[in-house]
Design a protein around this ligand. Structure first.
Ligand code: SAH
Length: 258
């Protein structure tokens, strides 16, 4: 390692789990890094390579992790920061940008790149049909970084505007009640029969995908590894003999107030 600004930092999305979801570009970025930073369980899924050092950290330490990775790259190293799914979706890419903006001027001279990955909502949608087949949005239910009142305002706006809603971070140990409250909020705007897709640990051995109606959704099991997709008035379920149902949102909407 030299003291020059020859360092590189790649923010890499590893996809939802299994290696088959890792893009060749992400694989190459991970293989060529001298140092890997990331949340421990995500790092554990990256194959060990000789001569590569690893710096696992806790889930909630994104800011500190971003700064540590940037400092390391600024010493001349080739560093990769790993995010599950896509790094730009509720993950490390924005944390790295925040650190660069508030950090030393020299960090702006670094070669920084962002390598996309398959985000959880796309992996879950692909398991069950085409729930995101028309206009959709994504929300994180975590109120660690924003007030809960804002989450509720966005749920109201999204549901009343007819968006399919992908919910990231529905629950965690520190946030047991948010998901139930969110469902209660959505029930004000949507028919009780609106399909809700629960995709848990998609792309991993313990994957589980199910669909239930909105009126039963609050009681359904969601955890930290679950991505929830709430349909619209148009979202449909196609029952199939001997096969799991298809859930889809048609491409066209006739009514302006749908
Ligand atoms: N950057 C990640 C999201 C990080 S936020 C991505 O693009 O997917 C963490 C949340 O993502 C989890 O609480 C869960 O809602 C969702 N998630 C991540 N991996 C998942 C998986 N394999 N299956 C289902 N949901 C997942």
């Amino acid at each position: 390692m030299t003291g020059t600004m020859s360092g590189r930092l790649a923010v890499v999305g590893s996809g939802p789990g299994d290696r088959r979801y890792l893009t060749p570009e992400a694989d190459a970025a991970l293989a060529s890094a001298q140092a890997l930073y990331g949340y421990g369980p995500y790092l554990d899924r990256v194959p060990e390579r000789a001569g590569q050092s690893r710096y696992p950290s806790d889930n909630r330490e994104e800011g500190a992790r971003a700064e540590a990775a940037l400092r390391h790259a600024a010493q001349g190293a080739s560093v990769a920061v790993v995010s599950g799914g896509d790094p730009g979706v509720f993950a490390m890419a924005a944390a790295i940008c925040e650190a660069i903006e508030s950090g030393p001027e020299s960090w702006r001279a670094l070669d920084v790149s962002f390598v996309p990955g398959i985000t959880a909502m796309l992996a879950v949608a692909a398991r069950i049909g085409a729930p995101l087949g028309h206009d959709f949005c994504a929300l994180s239910l975590s109120d660690n970084l924003k007030p809960w009142a804002l989450v509720e305002r966005r749920l109201d706006a999204a549901a009343s505007a007819g968006f399919v809603i992908a919910l990231y971070n529905p629950v965690s140990r520190a946030r047991p009640w948010q998901f139930g409250k969110a469902v209660e909020r959505l029930r004000r705007h949507l028919p009780q029969s609106t399909p809700v897709v629960f995709g848990r640990a998609v792309g991993r051995p313990d994957e589980r995908v199910s669909v239930i109606a909105l009126d039963a959704a609050a009681a359904a099991k969601a955890d930290m590894a679950t991505l929830v997709i709430v349909g619209t008035r148009e979202t449909r379920i196609i029952a199939r003999p001997g096969r799991s149902p298809l859930v889809y949102t048609p491409r066209a909407v006739a009514e302006a107030n749908a």
